[in-house]
Design a binder for this molecule. Structure first.
Ligand SMILES: [Zn+2]
Length: 158
């Protein structure tokens, strides 16, 4: 395999580049200083610029949208209850029936609006994770960086 631009066989896989440039440090111990010792723990991940550029594609998080879905789902029901109870039974602290009806309708409308917004985003995330993400991963796995000219891309067979 050689570089498609300069023909050099000196190529590095992106996964190798990413691994090599990512350093996870985990150190601990005692530091002696004037007046005593201190226990020090260090954690961290540092990445080189080339490792950041070689970062693999990731799946998008569906749980955030699932959580939102659970939060807004009761809203239309609560809105209807406020509207019905407030209008028919004059419940809810003696507010006029019309205000209960309008308030309940607004809450229900907001819940329904949220439903379309969240479902649209859930679809997008599912589509990304099932269609685009696997393709990007395959592309990432077959991409190399040329050590000679620096080109990122799929090499040519030699
Ligand atoms: Zn090259």
């Amino acid at each position: 395999m050689t570089c498609a631009k300069c023909g050099s066989p000196d190529l590095v896989r992106l996964s190798v580049l990413h691994q090599r440039g990512t350093i996870k440090s985990d150190a601990n111990g005692y530091i002696a200083a004037t007046g005593g010792t201190a226990y020090v723990k260090l954690h961290g991940t540092s990445q080189s610029e080339s490792a950041i550029r070689a970062t693999p594609p990731t799946e998008k998080n569906l749980y955030v949208w699932m959580f939102l879905w659970c939060v807004y789902v009761p809203l239309p029901l609560i809105g209807c209850l406020i509207g019905i109870l407030g209008t028919v039974f004059r419940w809810s602290g003696g507010a006029p029936p019309l205000e209960n009806l309008l308030g309940g309708s607004a809450l229900a409308a907001f819940g329904i609006g949220m439903h379309f917004f969240v479902v649209k985003n859930m679809r997008r995330v599912v589509q990304w994770n099932s269609e685009l993400y696997p393709r990007l991963l395959v592309q990432w796995r077959s991409t190399y960086q040329c050590n000679k000219c620096g080109r990122y891309g799929v090499p040519v067979a030699s």
